[in-house]
Design a binder for this molecule. Sequence first.
Ligand SMILES: [Zn+2]
Length: 340
Amino acid sequence: MSACLKFDTKKAKEEGHQEEGSLTKTTKMDCVSLPPLSKFAICGGTHGNEMTGIHLLRHLQKHKVEKAGSVSITTVLSNPRAIDACKRYIDTDLNRCFTHTLLRTPITDSSPYELQRAHELNAIVGPKGSEEAVDLICDLHNTTANMGLCVIFNSTDLMALHIYKYIKSKITSVPVRAIDTREPISENYSLDSVGKYGFSFEVGPQPNGVLRADVFNVMKEAVDLTIEWIQQFNSGVTFDGGEAETYCPVNKVDYPRDPTTNEITAAIHPELQDNDFKPLQPGDPIFQSFAGETVKHEGKGLHPVFINECAYYEKRTAFILAEKITVTFPSICVKKDCGV
Ligand SMILES: [Zn+2]
């Protein structure tokens, strides 16, 4: 993945954000004014066996949560067939289908179900990159890794950064951290990239197909805080900028494998298991072979995330190594002349 950068001033200019003022000395004078968020979409069940988002979405739909102050709320169960089957996906991973290239690929009867569904979702909450797209998408996910609440976004997304900062200041029951994808929007394959702004919540640990109340409570609190933040933003509150720590993925690590059969020959080492985000130094144990031998980390010191994530066995990923970086970002406030 690409090197980590500070807030992308070029993108901000292209999007009509204020140009003046230092981005490193953030004061209210440097406030970036952005249009109000009038359309907000909450998506769940993008992966059909991640139960928290599915049940939280059904709960919101049952209680007809469709508006909060000035913002209209759309709730979307993203992958109904996978939800019915309680599987991550039917034909292919839906949350890898939202690049511009795939969304422009003509659909036929033989197209994978998830690609067809991606086109339907692009019509509901997009089209991606257009003026008609919803202002903000929040996509709800679970991980089997011990990651607490993670907000996953590209840190060039000022809205996502500020919402992350707000949620982190409010939620105390679990660690709240940010994973910084750094992907250009056109190549970003996830559903939340279809909105003008977007992010995912990833809450765990929770096994696939299982619903835990503690994880549900964290997800619900994070969604409620997001709605609260949007209402405050739209009503004219200025949110101060500053600095945020994010984790930028730089490398994937596969399990040791038998070169002939490709079967894995080791499991995550007990000293690494459940220690997501804890710095991993050269020489630290990462795998334990089935013969009882320890495999040690050989690269530079980084932070492991998604350790032993169930869904990543098929992606040949035992864990992802991330670099901790500091992102500096300006204050934001609503553009006054836009109305809501
Ligand atoms: Zn997921």
